[in-house]
Design a protein around this ligand. Structure first.
Ligand SMILES: [Ca+2]
Ligand SMILES: [Ca+2]
Ligand SMILES: [Ca+2]
Ligand SMILES: [Ca+2]
Ligand SMILES: [Zn+2]
Length: 567
C-alpha cells in the first residue's frame, strides 16, 4: 500500500504543478491575521493581479459603514457566469471567529495562483464560479481585533442593543482594568470560596470537592460597574447573534435569543440575502465558524424535520470525506449533535433555498483540544502556552485594587488562548479547509448530452433520441428543492428552424422503448432534476428538416447543448 502511494505521489508530481513562492503574483501570508480593511485590500490585490479571472463586487456596507466586498472568481471565456454552478463561501459572521476570514482569502489566493499550473484547479475555475466573502461581520472582526476581549467576546456585531432593559445601550461592558489588551478574569482570596489553587499548577484554579474548604472566589470577567446599577458588565457592545437573523425557521428573541427584530433585519445578513436573490446559480455553500472541529449540516432545529433522505446521503458522502481531509473534525447535524439554532444562515441556504450547505467549525488545532470527549486539559494547555507560545496564552495573576471588590487579582487565559489558532498553525487550517471547499465545488453538478441519434421514419418524420447525464455526485436539484418547489425544475428543449414536434417524452423503459410522453408544450420537457451520476434518455418524434438542437437547462448547472442533422 505504501509503495503504491509513493508511486502515485511521484506521478502527480511529474504531471502537475503546485505553485511555489517564486511563482506567486500576489504574496499573501497565512501566518498572520488580517484586519477587515486588510482583507479587502488583499481581495483588491488578487483582483488586480488576475483581472481575467476575478471580479470584485461591493454587496453593501456593514452597520458601521465598512464595505462588504465579494470576490468573484470565474472565467468568462468558458461561459456565462450566471450559467455556471457557483460556490458561495463566507466566514466570521461571529465577530470573534476570525480565522475563517483567512481561510476564505486562502481559497481565493490558492485557486488563482495555481490556475496556470494545476489542471484540476483550472478545471474547477473554468467550469464553475466562486463567490467569496471573507468577513460577514467586518465590524465585529475589527472590534475583536482592536479592543480588549476574551476569546469568546464578542460574537455579536456592534449595533447597540439594550441587553438589560434599563433604557441604555451598551453602557456596561467588560473593562481592561490592567490595560494589557485582554479581558481576563478576576479572583479574590476568601475563606469558604468555591475554588482552590491547583496542587499541580498553582496558576490554575480548580473547584473544591464537596466538604472541602475553598480559598478563592472567581468574580467573572475583568470589569467595573460603569453605570452604577450594582451589576458588573451587564450590557456590552452589541448583544445579538448575527447567525440567528436569517429567513428560515426564524424565531423571535424570546424564543431564540439574539435573533434581531425580524429576519434579515441586520444590514450584513440583508446584503448577503440580496446577493443570493441575484445569484440563483449558487449551488454550494460553506460558512466558516469556530470552534471545535465540526463539519455541520442543517437542519438547525428539529421542528421542521430533517432534509430528505436522498439529500442526506449526499451530505453523508461529502461530510465523511471531509472527516478524512480534516483530521479531528466530525461530521454532525446542528440541532442534534451541537445545539438548536433557529434562523441560522446555512439552515436558510440548505433547508430554505435547497442548496447543499456546510458550516465548518474550525478547529483550534492545538494538542489539548483534539479530543473533545475528554474536555480541555488546562494543565496541558498551560504547558503549551509556556513552551510553545512563550507565555502569550496566559496572564499571570496580579494584584488589583477594585472599587467594589477591594483587593483582588486579575489574570488567566488571554484573548488568543482558544478558538483562534496560533499563527504558526494557521496555514494548515487554511489549506485543509480550502481543499474541502474545492472538493465540495468539484462535486457540484455537470450535465452532458451524449448518444444523440436520429432515425428517419419516412414522410419527413424523424425519431430523435438523446441521453443526458449528470457527471458529478451532487444532483442538479436537491430533493429539498424538489419537495418544496424551492426553484424551478430543469428542462430539455428541442428546437429547429424547420421542424415541428409530434411527440416528446422521457424514456422510462429503454429495453421496451416505453416513453412517458408530455402532452402540452412539447418544446420544453420538464425534468425534476438529475441526481448524482444519473442518466436519463429522451425521445422526440419530429416532422421537418434541417438541424435539431437539444439543450438541457437547469438553474444550478451549466446548460448543455448538442445539435444533429435530420437525415
Ligand atoms: Ca442597558
Ligand atoms: Ca486585561
Ligand atoms: Ca452595571
Ligand atoms: Ca463594566
Ligand atoms: Zn460561530
Amino acid at each position: 500500500m505504501i509503495k503504491k502511494l509513493t508511486v502515485l505521489i511521484l506521478l502527480l508530481a511529474a504531471t502537475t504543478g503546485i505553485a511555489q513562492d517564486a511563482d506567486y503574483k500576489v504574496n499573501l501570508r497565512f501566518d498572520r491575521y488580517y484586519t477587515s480593511e486588510e482583507l479587502n485590500d488583499s481581495l483588491r490585490q488578487l483582483n488586480q493581479a488576475y483581472p481575467q479571472l476575478t471580479e470584485l463586487v461591493k454587496i453593501g456596507e456593514s452597520y458601521q459603514g465598512r464595505d462588504m466586498w465579494v470576490l468573484k472568481i470565474y472565467n468568462t471565456e468558458t461561459g456565462d457566469e450566471m450559467d455556471k454552478p457557483a460556490m458561495w463561501v463566507d466566514a466570521n459572521i461571529h465577530g470573534n471567529e476570525i480565522q475563517g476570514g483567512e481561510v476564505v482569502l486562502y481559497i481565493a489566493w490558492y485557486l488563482l495562483e495555481n490556475y496556470d499550473t494545476n489542471p484540476r484547479i483550472r478545471e474547477i475555475v473554468d467550469r464553475s464560479a466562486f463567490y467569496l466573502l471573507p468577513s460577514l461581520n467586518p465590524d465585529g472582526r475589527e472590534y475583536w481585533l482592536a479592543e480588549a476581549n476574551t476569546s469568546s467576546t464578542s460574537r455579536s456585531g456592534v449595533k447597540p442593543i439594550d441587553d438589560d432593559g434599563d433604557g441604555l445601550k451598551d453602557e456596561d461592558g467588560p473593562d481592561d482594568l490592567d490595560g494589557d489588551g485582554h479581558i481576563t478574569q478576576m479572583r479574590k482570596k476568601v475563606s469558604g470560596g468555591n475554588y482552590k489553587l491547583d496542587p499541580e499548577d498553582p496558576r490554575l484554579l480548580v473547584r473544591v470537592e464537596p466538604g472541602e474548604e475553598g480559598k478563592y472566589d472567581l468574580l467573572g470577567y475583568e470589569g467595573i460597574d460603569n453605570d452604577g446599577d450594582g451589576r458588573i458588565n451587564e450590557d456590552s457592545v452589541g448583544g445579538y447573534d448575527p447567525n440567528r437573523n436569517w429567513g428560515y425557521n426564524w424565531m423571535p428573541n424570546y424564543v431564540q435569543g439574539g435573533a434581531g427584530d425580524y429576519p434579515f433585519s441586520l444590514p450584513e445578513s440583508r446584503n448577503v440575502q440580496v446577493f443570493f436573490d441575484n445569484h440563483p446559480n449558487i449551488a454550494g455553500v460553506q460558512s466558516f465558524h469556530n470552534t471545535g472541529g465540526m463539519i455541520l449540516r442543517a437542519p438547525g432545529a428539529k421542528n421542521l424535520g430533517d432534509l430528505p433522505p436522498g439529500d442526506v446521503r449526499m451530505y453523508d458522502k461529502l461530510g465523511k470525506t471531509g472527516e478524512l481531509m480534516l483530521p479531528g473534525y466530525r461530521y454532525m447535524i446542528i440541532w442534534k449533535d451541537l445545539y438548536t439554532v433557529y434562523g441560522g444562515s446555512i439552515a436558510w441556504t440548505a433547508s430554505g433555498l435547497g442548496i447543499f450547505s456546510f458550516s465548518n467549525e474550525l478547529n483550534y488545532s492545538a494538542e489539548w483540544d483534539m479530543d473533545r470527549e475528554e474536555g480541555v486539559d488546562y494543565r496541558e494547555k498551560l504547558q503549551f502556552s509556556d513552551h510553545l507560545e512563550f507565555g502569550e496564552l496566559y496572564k499571570e495573576w496580579e494584584a488589583y485594587d477594585h472599587p467594589l471588590y477591594g483587593e483582588i487579582e486579575i489574570g488567566g487565559w488571554t484573548k488568543w488562548s482558544s478558538r483562534v489558532p496560533p499563527v504558526w498553525k494557521l496555514r494548515e487550517t487554511c489549506h485543509r479547509n480550502a481543499a474541502f471547499v474545492i472538493y465540495h465545488a468539484e462535486s457540484m453538478p455537470e450535465v452532458i448530452i451524449e448518444d444523440v441519434a436520429v432515425k428517419a421514419l419516412g414522410n419527413d418524420l424523424y425519431r430523435i433520441s438523446a441521453t443526458i447525464k449528470n457527471e458529478r455526485p451532487i444532483p442538479t436539484r436537491s430533493d429539498q428543492a424538489a419537495k418544496h418547489n424551492l426553484f424551478r425544475k430543469d428542462f430539455v428543449r428541442l428546437s429547429g428552424e424547420s421542424l415541428s414536434i409530434v411527440t416528446a417524452g422521457t424514456v422510462i423503459d429503454k429495453y421496451r422503448n416505453r416513453l412517458k410522453a408530455q402532452e402540452h408544450d412539447l418544446e420544453t420537457l420538464w425534468v425534476p432534476g438529475l441526481t448524482g451520476y444519473e442518466m436519463k434518455e429522451f425521445q422526440w418524434i419530429v416532422k421537418g428538416s434541417g438541424t435539431a438542437t437539444i439543450e438541457y437547462d437547469g438553474i444550478k448547472v451549466k446548460n448543455a447543448i448538442e445539435s444533429i442533422e435530420l437525415r
